[in-house]
Design a protein around this ligand. Structure first.
Ligand SMILES: Nc1nc2c(c(=O)[nH]1)N[C@H]1C(S)=C(S)[C@@H](COP(=O)(O)O)O[C@H]1N2
Ligand SMILES: [Mo]
Length: 540
């Protein structure tokens, strides 16, 4: 073979390297898909990409998390999982090339699977099958890699292709040796690409089957209908939303209720085997079954829940009617000792949340909720039982998928977010939001612009007044919507005859104690955003 042969080999190397990378990606997709399906069958949270994603969430510093929530909102999870998958595919491509050049691709696959297996195994919710999805993923990817990888000649000084080919033991039926130039230029390359494409399609199909399976697993069911409360509340009154299109409805439909949690896979809890343990610094530790809980006196309460990460004007807030058992009754049964200052609640997926003992024992009516908006909790919102503490942000009072309540101290047991830079305790700050118009909308002069929104002050006896300002021309009283109690948000509206120009509209609320909402601007971290919500509109 002369100079022409060497040139040919260089060209083949380049295109074959791409094919090798494609084979690696295909094998990796196949592995991820097989792993995801296995997880869907035995342990949804142990899916390789999701387990690694969950580990990344736990290891991410607060600043990055804040940035993610601020810039991505609730899309942060899909973005995270896509990022993990992209990195893994990149490594898969490298595995393909290493496999073709040196036969080492399997080591890359093994290392990836080890990381995924470790991530799944160290999840607080890890069950007996936690590492199975990673093992299946590794096996599928390795088989795929071996079957599909093209064989690159190792660089030998002589360029003796046929010797290299047989040394690597790569002869397979129907695959010509690399020395068979005319055949090499077409068929093996196409075979590799076909295999890569086939594995990718197969992997995606397996992953889809896995997603479908785990969705079936998380749809909860309640043994019987909902129990009736001892003293039912009157129906929630009609809100202002009927007359004001675009205004948040007085009661948030569950499908629109914000969801914030660290769970990449919504925990699936079987109500029949669910137990709540009450322990720690108590006189009489005990366990409750779901049936025990249903047999206790049920209370209805209208409570607005919001997230400490909600920026001024943001949407991480929802209001609904909850049904459940008063936490103070459950805690009284256990007899919390005076040395405890917090109740550490733990969810089935290992999340921990600290709530002051007083907040769960005083007359604000914190609940072990089993239903919202007249239906059992959905899996996403904490089925079968979650905590709801009026006046506190979700991260210090609204544990979903509740498994355990431990009386202890803040000093002894810092909770998940407290170890990540958020305040140990945080009451909801009084806030108001403009829902309509949307910032940036334009109107014609003379038009009666309806300005409307919601205001809340769950920790300070609700809302007594809402005022609106256009530019800097003084404050106008808005009309308030129905009063649903101090723990529930209040709708408001005000009509303004539009005048030509660019205008800034600002809202502020006064809480039930008569205190005005602060205009001091604060970020969500470490204990909730403050400042006045302002929008811009144009009138022509
Ligand atoms: N188990 C568990 N419970 C949790 C969380 C979580 O990450 N895990 N997030 C909390 C936070 S930060 C908020 S704001 C509320 C949100 O409840 P929702 O998703 O039902 O609206 O749940 C709280 N309960
Ligand atoms: Mo939150």
């Amino acid at each position: 073979m002369g100079a022409g042969g060497a040139a040919y080999r260089a060209g083949m190397n380049r295109s074959t390297t791409w094919r090798a990378a494609a084979a690696g990606v295909g094998a990796t997709v196949l592995g991820l898909g097989a792993g995801h399906l296995t997880a869907g069958l035995v342990a949804p949270a142990a899916s390789p990409a999701l387990a690694v994603g969950s580990a990344v969430i736990d290891l991410t510093p607060r600043s990055v998390k804040e940035w993610a929530v601020a810039s991505l909102g609730t899309a942060d999870k899909p973005v995270l999982v896509s990022g993990v998958v992209l990195v893994v595919l990149g490594l898969g491509a490298a595995a393909g090339v290493l496999q073709a050049r040196r036969g080492w691709g399997g080591w890359v696959v093994a290392a990836l699977a080890a990381v995924a297996g470790l991530a799944a195994f160290t999840r607080p919710s890890a069950g007996a099958y936690a590492v199975l999805p990673a093992l299946v993923a590794a096996a599928a990817a390795m088989v795929g890699l071996h079957a599909a990888s093209p064989r690159l000649p190792r660089s030998t000084p002589t360029g003796d292709h046929s010797a290299t080919g047989s040394a690597a033991g790569t002869e397979e039926p129907g695959i010509p040796r690399p020395s068979d130039a005319s055949a090499v230029s077409h068929d093996p390359g196409r075979r590799v690409l076909l295999a890569a494409g086939g594995m990718t399609a197969g992997g995606v199909a397996l992953a889809a089957a896995g997603a479908w399976r785990s969705r079936a697993l998380v749809s909860p069911s309640l043994p019987a209908g909902l129990p009736t409360p001892a003293s039912p509340l009157p129906a929630v009154p009609a809100g202002l939303e009927g007359a004001v299109p675009g205004l948040s409805p007085l009661r948030t439909p569950i499908t629109d209720f914000y969801r914030i949690d660290t769970a990449l896979v919504i925990p699936r809890v079987d109500a029949a085997s669910w137990r709540l343990r009450i322990d720690g610094d108590v006189e009489r530790p005990f366990e409750l079954t779901f049936a025990d809980l249903l047999a206790m006196p049920m209370v209805e309460a209208d409570i607005t829940l919001n997230c400490v990460s909600n920026p001024v004007g943001g949407s991480y807030i929802g209001s609904t009617r909850w049904l459940g058992v008063l936490t103070r009754e459950v805690l009284a049964r256990a007899g919390v000792r005076p040395t405890a200052d917090q109740i550490l609640s733990t969810s089935v997926d290992g999340m921990t949340i600290s709530t002051p003992v007083a907040a769960l024992q005083d007359d604000r009516g914190a609940l072990l909720a089993i239903a919202m908006d007249g239906r059992p909790l959905t899996a996403a919102h904490g089925f079968p039982v979650r905590l709801v503490t009026p006046g506190l942000y979700g991260y210090v009072g609204a544990t979903k998928w509740l498994a355990r309540l431990t009386a202890t101290t803040y000093a002894d047991h810092p909770a998940y977010w407290s170890t990540r830079g958020w305040s140990e305790r945080a009451e909801v700050k009084t806030q108001s939001r403009i829902d309509v118009p949307r910032s940036g909308e334009s109107f014609s002069a003379g038009f009666e612009v309806v300005i409307a929104g919601v205001a809340w002050s769950q920790a300070r006896q609700g809302i007594s007044r809402v005022e609106v300002q256009v530019d800097d021309t003084g404050w106008h009283d808005a009309t308030l919507g129905p009063d649903v109690g101090g723990h529930y948000w209040r709708q408001w509206r005000w009509t303004w005859p539009a005048t030509t120009g660019q205008h800034r509209i600002t809202v502020r609320a006064t809480d039930g104690t008569g205190a005005l909402q602060t205009s001091e601007v604060a970020d969500p971290a470490p204990n909730g955003a403050s400042g006045l919500h302002t929008i811009q509109i144009a009138v022509a």
